[in-house]
Design a binder for this molecule. Structure first.
Ligand SMILES: Cc1ncc(COP(=O)(O)O)c(C=O)c1O
Length: 385
């Protein structure tokens, strides 16, 4: 931990890039060789750090990246990432020129959007597009063969536009009941059949489908959560064909340690009262870091032992009941392993009554991300630091 001198607080997240690479390789090994791996690095790579994760995934065999918004694509370009990037969400037609300049692939699903994009696209600038089909997610996408054919025609008649891909997104790939998944897949195949020609990149699978449904791999898969070492859902966890390792861990150091006497209280509202004399430590992490008030009662690991958070979590700090007196500066692991104990992202998600996806995403940008490779902390010029 001595290498962490490049930020000035005692709370940080560690992202193990070797785990990301191993996860990508393991998932890829489970796919036919010709199926491309699109690494989904939206939302700052689910909180892991966009360019660092992107580079690790590319090194491990991903051939394309996907983000939600144009700004995320441009952030990758600014950080020197040159690989193909697909924007999965809606972008504004006026922004086609910047997409063309930066070689960013856009998603199209509206004729009006396409007409406007063609109108504003300057000179002989050219752009690659993927058509999004809504087969039952009900979010964005074309919903009929007529619309699909018409958009295909408009793209193909403009030599500045390349129809590079077509895709859909499953709503229930992470469930054991395959009924709705199969309906979506069959509609996708039916609509693909109405295209004059299939574009080079046809894709439908998120992590769950990529791992569980060999019938939906087409020629690329879009993998997010599994690349980070997290299971797409608890339901399919026992069925997963690959072993995944969680890349994200969260740590802090005790900045104050004191003995509280029986009857003394802790934090706002003075809701916690010591039932006996206890040792209490203060951690410099709070709800502004994404360690939200609902995590009161959650345990952290100190010297390999579980220590509960007592009293209300403040904006920047929280207090833990210590198993014994420990020195100021002792590391507390909020997510990750210490000795025999592990606090998984799933454990935090369960306490928050949410899904594991949400947990690293809500750890705010105030928490520096540091990167581990071959067991060592590496400086990758993280812009968050
Ligand atoms: C369109 C699209 N494709 C792929 C993914 C990746 O999904 P997962 O993280 O479950 O692999 C997402 C994530 O939400 C998505 O919205």
């Amino acid at each position: 931990m001595e290498e962490q001198g490049f930020f000035y607080r005692d709370t940080w997240a560690e992202v193990d890039l070797d785990y990301i690479k191993e996860n990508v390789k393991a998932i890829k090994a489970n796919l036919p060789e010709e199926v491309d791996f699109i690494a989904v690095v939206k939302a700052n790579a689910y909180g892991h750090g966009d360019s660092q994760t992107a580079e690790a995934a590319l090194e491990a065999g991903a051939s394309m990246l996907a983000v939600a918004f144009m700004d995320e694509a441009l952030a990758l370009r600014k950080k020197g990432v040159t690989a193909p990037v697909l924007v999965l969400g809606a972008s504004r037609p006026e922004d086609v020129n910047i997409a063309a300049e930066e070689g960013v692939i856009l998603t199209v699903f509206q004729e009006e959007w396409l007409a406007k994009a063609r109108e504003v696209l300057k000179g002989d600038a050219s752009i690659s597009l993927h058509i999004k089909i809504d087969t039952g997610m009900g979010r964005i996408g074309i919903r009929s063969a007529e619309e699909l054919k018409s958009i295909e025609k408009s793209i193909r008649e403009d030599s500045r536009l390349e129809l590079h891909g077509v895709y859909t997104h499953f709503a229930t790939a992470d469930e054991l009941d395959e009924t709705y998944f199969k309906e979506q897949l069959s509609l996708f195949k039916e609509l693909l059949g109405t295209l004059d020609e299939l574009p080079p990149c046809v894709h439908s699978s998120n992590s769950a489908a990529a791992l569980m449904h060999t019938d939906a791999q087409f020629n690329a898969v879009r993998v997010g959560i599994a690349m980070y070492g997290l299971t797409p859902s608890l339901e399919i966890e026992p069925e997963l064909p690959v072993r995944l390792n969680e890349a994200f861990t969260l740590h802090s150091r005790l900045v104050h340690v004191k003995k509280l006497e029986k009857g003394q209280k802790v934090s706002y509202g003075a809701t916690y009262e010591a039932a006996e004399d206890i040792w209490v430590g203060t951690l410099p992490i709070g709800y502004a870091d994404g360690w939200i008030r609902r995590l009161q009662g959650q345990e952290v690991l100190i010297n390999g032992k579980r220590s509960p958070i007592i009293g209300r979590i403040c904006m920047d700090q929280c207090m833990v009941r210590l198993p014994e007196e420990v020195p100021v500066g002792t590391i507390a692991t909020l997510i990750g392993e210490q000795g025999e104990e592990m606090i998984s992202i799933n454990e935090i998600a369960k306490r928050l009554e949410t899904i594991n996806y949400e947990v690293p995403c809500i750890i705010s940008s105030r928490v520096p991300r540091i990167y581990k490779q071959q067991g060592k902390i590496v400086d990758l010029n993280n812009s968050l630091l």
